[in-house]
Design a protein around this ligand. Structure first.
Ligand code: PLP
Length: 444
């Protein structure tokens, strides 16, 4: 092959060239088939080449693809805003559109700070987050993230925000019930707020189910209810980062809906346009908008492609498709089946310490010793080896390694399109099992 001029994730590595996709399958130019076991980056929520979405894209492009949001609104974006207000809980009725999850969380960060400023409070500008969290790659979003591998080079440039422990049931201390452990982790938020002073804290941000740093870690019951109470007590906004968990991925419209908690802001991306075009957003309550409207009346954020009609039409078509085909219910039902099959692997294979997840967002954690739950050293690259082996065998799996050696385990995410059938899940599990067994043998 002639030389490439494209900067790829790993320089020097040759990547297969994609040809096309259909449903849960992708095909490279050599004709090899892959099961998209992780929807790319947990993005292709409804599978590839869905006619309704492609048609909506074409229809929109024929009339208008781009009109700048300072000049025009569009039918597509207005309808999408209305649809999101219907999907979102409580009074989360206003949406600010951007193009990536990082922009969405960084917009939430800015709105939180602005919300307090509009009320004359200029010190409430710190955001508390959790170790084992990922909120994006841009500097503001990275400041709120605990992904050590992605932060490492830039730490001196990042905001020095406080971070608390995220609940990690698989590794909870002995002697505590799951509920007690959840309370202990949630109460760390109160300690962190009191340590820096509530007058300094604008917001707390968390993923309802931890994704990129630990592989689908589900919090204990009661955890988010306690988080909401603490935020209310100290006038701290609660941002649910649903970039990975949103739009039906976990078997409810939003991950946070599993606990009946209403955040002040929800950030979404990935599945909202299911990979058909870049699209993300920050959904905000009536109350926040009222405060800003009475103040400066303008949110100080935005990008060239914010609220562009093309992405809005695509995203609207994706959400309509989910509704029409009852895909949220299917995500819950077939996600439970996927988890059951993964738990079978955890029972059978010495390398798998735990299978976990919610809806169609599942994870496997690999351990050196199942009894002691001893982690592999990051340098052993165990999850990367499983991912490479699965890729070779035609299955895409997503890495979830936060990079805190010896603390967070070595995990992967299984999050196929929510359209996947149980028969297809069986095929996926077969390939995954072969890949894990092959890596186990290599490690001996
Ligand atoms: N927030 C969460 C929870 C994510 O999982 C991600 C990406 O993985 C992001 C934010 C950043 O999104 P993007 O990569 O689209 O900037």
């Amino acid at each position: 092959m002639e030389r490439s001029y494209v900067i790829k994730p790993e320089l020097g590595k040759t990547y297969p060239v994609i040809s096309h996709g259909k449903g849960i399958y992708l095909y490279d130019k050599e004709g090899k088939q892959y099961i998209d076991g992780c929807s790319g980056a947990v993005t292709a929520l409804i599978g590839h080449a869905v006619d309704e979405v492609v048609d909506a894209m074409y229809e929109q492009a024929k009339s208008i693809s781009f009109a700048y949001r300072s000049h025009f609104s569009s039918d597509a974006v207005e309808q999408l805003g209305k649809k999101l207000a219907e999907w979102a809980p409580g009074s989360l009725n206003w949406t600010f559109f951007v193009s990536s999850g990082s922009e969405a969380t960084e917009t939430a960060q800015k709105i939180a700070i602005q919300y307090w400023q509009e009320q004359g409070n200029f010190t409430k500008n710190r955001i508390i987050s959790r170790w084992m969290s990922y909120h994006g790659i841009t500097m503001g979003a990275l400041s709120m993230s605990g992904h050590v591998l992605r932060r490492k080079r830039f730490v001196p440039l990042l905001e020095d925000y406080p971070a608390i422990t995220g609940p990690y049931p698989y590794r909870k201390p002995e002697g505590l019930s799951l509920e007690e452990y959840g309370m202990q982790c949630a109460n760390e938020l109160e300690t962190a707020i009191l340590r820096v002073g509530p007058e300094q804290v604008a917001a707390f941000i968390a993923e309802p189910v931890i994704g990129a740093t630990a592989g689908a870690v589900v919090p204990p019951p009661g955890y988010f209810q306690r988080i909401r109470e603490i935020c209310d007590k100290y006038n701290v906004l609660f941002i649910a980062d649903e970039v990975m968990t949103g739009m039906g991925r976990t078997g409810k419209a939003f991950g946070i809906d599993h606990w009946g908690v209403v955040p002040d802001m929800i950030t979404i991306g990935k599945g909202m346009s299911a990979g058909y075009t870049p699209m993300a957003a920050t959904i905000v309550t009536e109350e926040i908008i009222e405060v800003i409207q009475k103040g400066s009346a303008s949110i100080m954020a935005g990008h060239t492609y914010s609220a562009n009609p093309q992405s809005a039409a695509v995203s609207l078509a994706v959400l309509n498709y989910i509704e029409k085909n009852n895909l949220i219910e299917k995500s819950a039902e077939n996600g439970a089946y996927l988890l059951q099959r993964l738990q079978g692997l955890a029972d059978e294979l010495p390398l798998v310490g735990e299978a976990r997840g919610l809806g169609m967002l599942c994870g496997l954690e690999f351990v050196k010793n199942k009894q002691t739950k001893e982690t592999f050293a990051l340098s052993e690259n165990v999850s990367a080896k499983v991912i490479a082996k699965a890729f070779e065998k035609g299955l895409l799996v997503y890495p979830a390694v936060g990079g805190i050696d010896g603390v967070a385990g070595d995990s992967v995410i299984l999050a196929p399109p929510i359209t996947i059938t149980q028969e297809e899940i069986d095929t996926l599990i077969g390939i995954l099992k072969e890949a894990i067994e092959a890596v186990s043998q290599e490690l001996q």
